[in-house]
Design a binder for this molecule. Structure first.
Ligand code: SAM
Length: 280
């Protein structure tokens, strides 16, 4: 039993490329649990062999989720602790495990997370795009018609968007994002933590000119910076309230633009326009 704890399910993040990103806590848990449930045992075996870990492994993937969940709950009932790992990064993040976690919580067992690498966050923080609010979308539907609908639904979302994509679909996805979201700032992060790690920063139009992209990649896209007309009215009202309470116009605009994460210039233009209309 690890860490002097009653039987628990450990959600263990593993490296997304560079094995030296593995944490001591990750190794301790993988060594001391009774069983490691893997998305692909052959894949995880490489990590275990590298660190000389001999814990028993079983499979837990999308195709055996139901049966495997039952099996893991049985193990926990027998006071055997289990670590869930995926091929790379965090389990459950565009990887299997949600059903298991849900049921394990329902059965009253503890869930313990072991922090580690995650491709989405690495890409986000280095993208140069706003990080205070973001949406992790993961994979778009592989069918272009469905992906187009998903992008339509995200079109007016004001925060940074994070997508995972397979290399053979990335060019199509960038082209589709450009068509539906328009030409926005974007970053393509490739082969994170590996020798050929690389960031292409620019706009979707510039990224659409890249070809023969290989390896694993994350696409980060700026959120919608246009404010809908009806929303602008509400924001101007808030600006005017601040001005009435003693703020200078510029300070009030900065404050409201910051709080609602909208472009200060657009809000300033709308404010001037409103003033002009009021003077007529
Ligand atoms: N669970 C993983 C995580 O926490 O990041 C993600 C698993 S998902 C099945 C695999 C996708 O993650 C890849 O198609 C790619 O979009 C992204 N990814 C994983 N490793 C990466 C890396 N080293 N560099 C860039 N993207 C990566």
């Amino acid at each position: 039993m690890p860490l002097n704890h009653k039987a628990a399910l450990f959600l263990v993040a593993t490296p997304i490329g560079n094995l030296s990103e593995v944490s001591q806590r990750c190794l301790d848990v993988l060594k001391s649990v009774d069983v490691i449930a893997c998305e692909d045992t052959r894949n995880t075996q490489k990590l275990l062999s590298h660190f000389d870990i001999h814990t028993r492994t079983i499979t837990y993937h999308n195709f055996n989720e139901k049966d495997s969940t039952k099996g893991i709950i049985k193990l926990l009932e027998n006071k055997e602790s289990v670590a869930l790992v995926s091929d790379a990064g965090y389990p459950l993040i565009s990887d299997p495990g949600y059903q298991l976690v849900n049921e394990v919580i329902g059965c009253g067992f503890d869930i313990i997370t072991i922090s580690g690498p995650n491709a989405a966050l690495n890409a986000l923080v280095a993208s140069g795009l706003p990080t205070s609010h973001y949406l992790f979308y993961g994979f778009l539907n592989p069918k272009s018609s469905q992906a187009a609908k998903e992008l339509e639904a995200l079109k007016s979302f004001p925060y940074t968007l994070i997508f995972y994509e397979a290399p053979h679909r990335i060019e199509k996805t960038i082209a589709l994002a450009l068509k539906i979201l328009g030409d926005r700032k974007a970053c393509l992060a490739r082969e994170l933590t590996k020798i050929h790690e690389e960031y292409h920063r620019g706009t979707l139009k510039q990224l659409s000119e890249l070809h023969d992209l290989k390896g694993e990649m994350v696409l980060i896209v700026e959120g919608c910076s246009e404010v809908k007309k009806e929303d602008m009215g509400t924001l101007l009202q808030k600006v005017n309230e601040l001005i009435a309470s003693g703020y200078r116009a510029k300070e009030a605009i900065s404050e409201i633009a910051g709080i609602y994460d909208v472009s200060r210039n657009s809000l300033y233009d709308a404010y001037l326009e409103e003033k002009k209309q009021g003077e007529k």
